[in-house]
Design a protein around this ligand. Sequence first.
Ligand code: NAD
Length: 409
Amino acid sequence: MKANEAVQLFFDRAADKLDLPESHRTLLKTAKREVTVEIPLEMDDGDLQVLIGYRVQHNNARGPMKGGLRYHWEVDLDEVRALASLMTWKTAVVNLPYGGAKGGICVDPRKLSRKENERMTRKFVDQIHEIVGPDQDIPAPDMYTNAETMSWIRNQWEKYHGFNPACITGKPVENYGAKGREEATGRGCGILAFKLLQRRGHNPRETRVAIQGFGNVGSHAAKYMSESEFRIEAISDISGGYYRKGGLDIPAALKHVLQHGSLAGFCGGDKISNEELLALDVDMLVPSALGGVITEANVDNIKAHYIIEGANGPVNAPADQKLFDRGVVVLPDILANAGGVTVSYFEWVQNRQFYSWDLNRVRQQLDGVLTAAFEDVWQEAQHHNVSLRTAAFIIAIRRVHSAMFLSGL
Ligand code: NAD
């Protein structure tokens, strides 16, 4: 199942509960604008590579569009389209004054030098600068893009439009970024995992966790959760998985990644594959790497009772239904990983006010936004007797739908 088809299925389950007519569904599902651009990239050795980049702007009924930029060899228009619409539903479910967008370049960034990466990023901005900006569409980091990438984007965008750091979020803290932005998505996963356990009367200390992906989201989720005394028994990245019954030493794993760039060679646990990690006998899974990792093919192997979707779209629609039928609680991506866009919003607010918040304020406000959204989604799920995902989509669709119709089509 393609990524966008899965999102549409989730949408339709919620739209059925809202009795939305077909024409309204089409309006809400269809992207406002989809842009595909050619990026001619001069390599360090003088060779020419021609890459394809995308920016999909899904909906702006509730405010400027917001969404990350991904550099990955599997990026295509279908995936970017799916991720752009997820951003619309995500910003709505946490009630931020934003719409949704997403961008990406189909490239293996691990094979580029830093200079090649910078040239590619600047060329991409040359192609899309007219349709992005602080009041239109504000990009942010996603897979294989980071604060440095955001700095290049800002610098290139400002060459056309003049000084305006609110044109992008996820910038370095010393260069108009927000304190707490880098940790926000993973921290948000941890905060919400804790709230979910509380609701179900369970205790972090008795909760065995496996986290897939140890980049921005996975590593910060691991850090926050280990500090909150969850028992993290497995972690992984592209080099494979590492398992230790009773719990891994997360500070040691974080230090290893800082020194070596990945988990490869980490000796704190037994080596397992990413597929084995998903099937471990643990209580909670936090898939925080790629989309589409839990599908019809492996859903029957899943033993966890909770899944916290750190990544976007890690569970596809048929697998999601099976998990619901089995009583597995899935905290959906549009809520679970919304901490990142929430602190991006705080960064944008600070940039527009030329005023910087301290870390405590960022963390407190993040906690407040996520707690309110969690309570809304939990109540909605009880009310309709549906999964947390369907409940989150119901809330989001209701908000976007009413914004579209209140302002006139
Ligand atoms: P990242 O590039 O920082 O980290 C990705 C991690 O996944 C790395 O540890 C990498 O080794 C691992 N990985 C890559 N391929 C893998 C594979 N085949 N098997 C196992 N691990 C693999 O990316 P990130 O920013 O942490 O994003 C991860 C996910 O979270 C993505 O789905 C992204 O869309 C989503 N997300 C990120 C943010 C954010 O603020 N960064 C916000 C919301 C959602």
